[in-house]
Design a protein around this ligand. Structure first.
Ligand SMILES: C[S@@+](CC[C@H](N)C(=O)[O-])C[C@H]1O[C@@H](n2cnc3c(N)ncnc32)[C@H](O)[C@@H]1O
Length: 377
């Protein structure tokens, strides 16, 4: 699996695309707005007149969520200009980053909607320049000390690769595609080790690229338990998909070996793991760290613990996961299995939801590159 090429959300704007199935991720972005607004306000007050605020969205994907950050930063600044009574000549530069396989064409085509919205607004928005930036956020993306604000939502649970000792076949994760109930502890540690390497690298890279006092607001899937063998509902989501893949294999619709060699480049850390790594690098001050939960079914906004219609919820969850993992499955197995696989998956999810509502834990961190963080890196 060549992750930088293979990992991409379902492209286009059709029924199975990420653009049509990203309500779950939208809810997380909206939930974290207050933290983002606070970071923007502080940066706005701190920047000298006539400067350019550089903002980057890492893992922007394509679809309605991609331009949410641009709209939010622009409207927060527009409000601040009104409140403080002075424009201060601020200009905005946005970079929309994702892996090269992302549907950047869809993103670029949607920029026109933003211009139309701005043209209709009563108060003029600050001048705003938007560029696409293909590349992995596990590499350097920007010149040193050139960015004021990094935002990334629903991305940092993705690893840069499947751990080598797993992809090489040195260790096996029979019957699983992530950390499941039968995953050997040594394999769970491989996933964890890959997360530690990736997350530390991410922090070091962004530290170099941020200006002193620059901010990062990061939101990603996590887990509630400290036990690395117990990933709760996040593990169940992948275990049910592994079971659906096994059903397809038993029907002779794919080679068994293909299944044994398939693992997801993913890790859901606990809050303590994330906090400890940030503290250990000594590069950032933690302004906020916390965890909230979101229902599996993207269309379910209720706080109750009962699932109203398990069949419909199963279908909604399957659509959401297909838009995310479909392209990776298609490249590793074949496109021909996708419809059947996700029908089986939807019905397993429906059965699982009869036991009660399932939720994703989501970690959110707001970080500040301290002026005094002078550690050599
Ligand atoms: C679930 S989508 C989230 C997209 C968007 N931020 C949202 O909230 O709707 C995760 C995105 O992260 C991107 N991604 C994963 N690993 C990446 C990496 N190493 N570098 C850049 N983007 C990455 C994927 O390609 C995908 O578009």
């Amino acid at each position: 699996m060549k992750l930088e090429l293979d990992l991409r959300m379902a492209t286009g704007g059709g029924e199975n695309s990420y653009a049509s199935n990203s309500r779950l991720q939208k809810k997380a972005i909206l939930e974290t707005w207050p933290l983002l607004q606070k970071a923007i306000e502080e940066l706005y007050m701190w920047l000298p007149s006539r400067s350019t605020m550089v903002v980057a969205d890492l893992g922007c994907s394509s679809g309605p969520n991609t331009l949410l950050l641009v709209s939010e930063v622009t409207s927060t600044i527009r409000d601040l200009v009104q409140e403080t009574g002075g424009h201060r000549g601020l200009e905005l530069q946005f970079f929309l980053n994702d892996l090269p396989g992302n549907d950047f064409n869809l993103v670029f085509r949607s920029l026109e909607q933003l211009q139309n919205r701005d043209a209709m607004a009563k108060t003029a928005a600050p001048p705003c320049y938007i560029a696409g930036l293909p590349g992995s956020f596990y590499t350097r993306l920007f010149p040193r000390q050139s960015v004021h604000l990094f935002h990334s939502s629903y991305c940092l649970m993705w690893r840069s690769k499947v751990p080598e000792d797993l992809s090489s076949g040195k260790h096996l994760n029979e019957g699983n595609i992530y950390i499941g109930k039968t995953t050997p502890p040594v394999v769970a540690e491989l996933f964890q080790g890959q997360f530690r390497k990736d997350f530390e690298l991410f922090l070091r890279l962004r530290y170099r690229e941020l200006v002193s006092g620059g901010r990062m607001v990061l939101t990603f899937l996590g887990r509630k338990s400290e036990d690395i063998l117990n990933h709760g509902d996040v593990a169940t989501m992948w275990e049910l998909l592994a079971e659906a893949l096994q059903i397809i294999a038993r029907k002779g619709r794919m080679e068994r070996e293909k299944l044994t060699s398939f693992n997801i480049p993913f890790y859901a850390p606990s809050l303590d793991e994330v906090r400890a790594l940030i503290k250990q690098t000594e590069l950032f001050d933690i302004e906020y760290i916390g965890l909230f939960e979101s229902n599996w079914d993207p269309q379910d906004d209720s706080g109750s613990d009962m699932v109203h219609d398990c069949v419909t919820s199963g279908e909604n969850v399957a659509k959401c996961i297909r838009a995310v993992i479909g392209p990776l499955i298609m490249d590793h197995f074949s496109e021909a299995i996708l419809d059947e696989l996700f029908l089986i998956y939807a019905s397993s999810i429906a059965k699982h939801l009869k036991k009660g509502k399932a939720k994703y834990p989501i970690i959110v961190v707001s970080l500040k590159r301290g002026v005094c963080n002078t550690i050599a890196i």
